[in-house]
Design a protein around this ligand. Sequence first.
Ligand code: LMR
Length: 394
Amino acid sequence: MLTNLKEQPKDKILGLMALYREDPRATKIDLGVGVYKDATGVTPVMRAVKAAERRIVEEQTSKAYTGLAGDAGYSTAMRDLLLADSVDPARIAAVATPGGTGAVRQAFELVKQANPNARVFVSNPTWPNHVSILGYLGIEVVKYRYFDTETRAVDFDGMMEDLGDITSGDVVLLHGCCHNPTGANLNLTQWQSVIDLINDKGCLPIIDIAYQGFGDGLEEDAAATRLVASSVPELLIAASCSKNFGIYRERTGLLMAISEKAESTAVTQGNLNHLNRQNFSFPPDHGARVVTTILNDPELKADWMAELEEMRTGMLALRQQLADELQRLSGSDRFGFIAEHRGMFSQIGTTPDLVEKLRADNAIYMVGDSRMNIAGLNAQSVSVLAKAIVDAGI
Ligand code: LMR
């Protein structure tokens, strides 16, 4: 039977990781997968995470199952981190998931359960796995304009025009902050216009937020999500702890589903639990417990926030250095957008051929859509990258 299987398309981001690993060139620069690296190229275990893990090893007395939704303390801690008091907790159902991807998958499954004919409107471009999972689930994808390849900013007029086609049975997928892959984000006034459109059309928004704390700060990055949560009747939020807690392989995510009325929360929660049970039963616990331990301990939380802030400001400094160096070498301001973008990524807006040329000639690895991971840079590689970009005529 297994001989019936057909080869699956390669995931572009993960395929690039493999190519990078195999490249023998000592000068290679990895700007591919969205993993934070410090100036020495290491993805550190954050101090607070180590401390929380030590505490868990010491104090944990059982590894029996938690619940289908995971540990309730985790959902509460994450809800507070992300939503503060923007929405009545009685309206929120939540389940722990295997990473942010697990939350995205369960969100799409919930949509399918609620309306098998729903179309999901996604930004063009978006994280490729959004489109891939939707295709896998047989959900229709509609792309809305998002990135202006001239200015490398949000094409807001195009976005609103395309979202004009959405209907009450559809879903709009939005990135809460630090848009992946472009790095270009809506301002709060634009978010308000999107909210007005959502309420006007009666469609369901899903917010994918995987980089809280990587853009303008923990609170600032949650502002749009809180604004939406406080302004719409229903909302799904897929959150990830992979990046901001640096616990990628622990698979730690959360799906929150906000119902219009508190009376609906129990049924929504039951559906989320059911989906977990069907797909993997109990969600992973270790990463969630680490996060809960940190968020509930003022000292650990302060240390985590301080380290996250160092990471964030380090990435902002690299953005500025790269923009300055490109300005110096090209004599033009056309790369100023790199300092304006936020989060781990910037899409420089060039062709797959030129991206391939950078890889072949300079051992610089970025995703084929010209997304680069800013955290993959350091003071030395900024100059190498800037020169390669200008030499390639980008
Ligand atoms: C990325 O966009 O690079 C990350 O979210 C990793 C992944 O799973 O694709």
